[in-house]
Design a protein. Structure first.
Length: 173
């Protein structure tokens, strides 16, 4: 399920983003703002949302026991290849239990060829902020730190409809 909450002012080169609608979203000002948060990689590197202001951040909550979650990870690598130069950041957050989160995350990354870092939320502080009840769950945060759309359950992150939504957000100021 994909819920669209809005899009604003177009600012970047639309020729590079062929799926973009080029129409400002009249509901963009109604998007809910995300409070700042931080998560760490199993190795201790920190991602802080406020440090990524001005980027579009795709946040994915997943578990190593969720086969659908694992199937989405290669799509995020593809999205990053397509859109990192336009300001897309992927934030992949593992929700495995505290005693296994770091180990299982490291194992999954050692088997895959992912172009983004894995993060863990073993105490589920960030998951509570987003009110996560199921995995996979995905959120796209616009350049101003607002939730532009979300997805609960499996999503085709490479579908043209999703590309249009991402590209519209990447064109916003």
């Amino acid at each position: 399920m994909l819920a669209v909450i809005g899009i604003v002012v177009i600012s970047q080169n639309p020729a590079r983003l062929p799926h973009a609608s080029l129409e400002p979203d009249p509901l963009a000002s109604d998007r809910p703002t995300v409070d700042d948060f931080a998560v760490q990689t199993p190795g201790g590197e920190t991602f802080r949302l406020s440090a990524n202001a001005g980027k579009v951040v795709l946040v994915s909550f997943w578990s190593s026991e969720c086969s659908t979650c694992l199937l989405e990870l290669p799509a995020f690598s593809e999205l990053l290849k397509r859109y990192s130069s336009d300001g897309l950041e992927i934030l992949s957050i593992n929700l495995d239990p505290p005693e296994t989160a770091a180990k299982t995350t490291t194992e999954v990354w050692s088997r895959g060829k992912f172009d983004f870092k894995p993060y863990v939320d073993p105490t589920r502080v960030v998951a509570k902020t987003f009110k996560i009840e199921t995995v996979p769950s995905g959120f796209v945060i616009d350049r101003r730190g607002r939730i532009a759309f979300n997805s609960y359950g499996a999503n085709d992150w490479l579908a043209p409809e999703t590309a249009r939504l991402l590209e519209d957000l990447l064109l916003e100021e």
